[in-house]
Unconditional design. Structure first.
Lengths: 129, 108
């Protein structure tokens, strides 16, 4: 049975860099797309971006200047880096597997379409001084 | 970006009731690139419906997705006790992928 598990710090200070890892068990990270999604306490879901096994990425413009994602096929995990965190970044962070439904061309790039069929349990990250 | 507006915000219903949840997009999504998720307290979302009308593996047939263009609907034909949760729609027609704000289905 394929499972995802997020890991990383639970508490951070403003201006620090958040690093999260999502580990895959029971499967391989190869050929698929992988995403990070976050949910502030009591609020809705926000897609952060995706990365594929070749390192191809697409980020939400709202976070693009602070986000980096990467994938490590040798370890079957992928990661999220979010720089200069503030209290507004306090949220449960989920990693998820993307089911790709085909790409399209937009503004000079080929972008993937997809939905999420497998989620990790989530990790709460609190940013507080 | 495509804004998804879900209505109503909260529904108070009883087991056995029929419920219809709405998700309206700010732009037309011709190919129906829309998914529905269920989230229970303290849990990650769970995929119910993809491509507007296809049930995901394990989704009971009382969950029915429909719609096209800008208006999409999730219908639960007969509420079971385990269906009380928050439901989110998500569009993947255009980046950035976005979610609606959610509809909470609570026990009356």
């Amino acid at each position: 049975q394929v499972q995802l598990q997020e890991s990383g710090p639970g508490l951070m200070k403003p201006s620090e860099t958040l690093s999260l890892t999502c580990s895959l068990s029971g499967g391989s990270i190869g050929i698929d797309y992988w995403s990070w999604i976050r949910q502030p306490p009591g609020k809705g879901l926000e897609w952060i971006g995706y990365v594929n096994y070749m390192g191809l990425t697409n980020y939400n413009p709202s976070l693009k200047s602070r986000v980096t994602m990467s994938a490590d096929t040798s370890k079957d995990n992928f990661s999220l880096t979010l720089r200069f965190v503030t209290a507004a970044d306090t949220a449960v962070y989920y990693c998820a597997r993307v089911v790709p439904t085909g790409d399209y061309y937009d503004s000079g790039y080929y972008l993937q379409r997809g939905y999420f069929d497998l989620w990790g349990p989530g990790i709460l990250v609190t940013v507080s001084s | 970006e495509i804004v998804l507006t879900q209505s109503p915000g909260t529904l108070s219903l009883s087991p056995g009731d029929r419920v219809t949840l709405s998700c309206r997009a700010s732009q037309t999504m011709i190919s129906g690139f829309l998914a529905w998720y269920q989230q229970k307290p303290g849990q990650a979302p769970r995929l119910l419906i993809y491509s507007a009308l296809n049930r995901a593996s394990g989704t009971p047939d009382r969950f029915v997705g429909s719609g096209s263009g800008t208006d999409f609907t999730l219908t639960i034909s007969r509420l079971e006790p385990e269906d009380f949760a928050v439901y989110y729609c998500q569009q993947y027609h255009k980046s950035p992928w976005t979610f609606g704000q959610g509809t909470k289905v609570e026990i009356k």
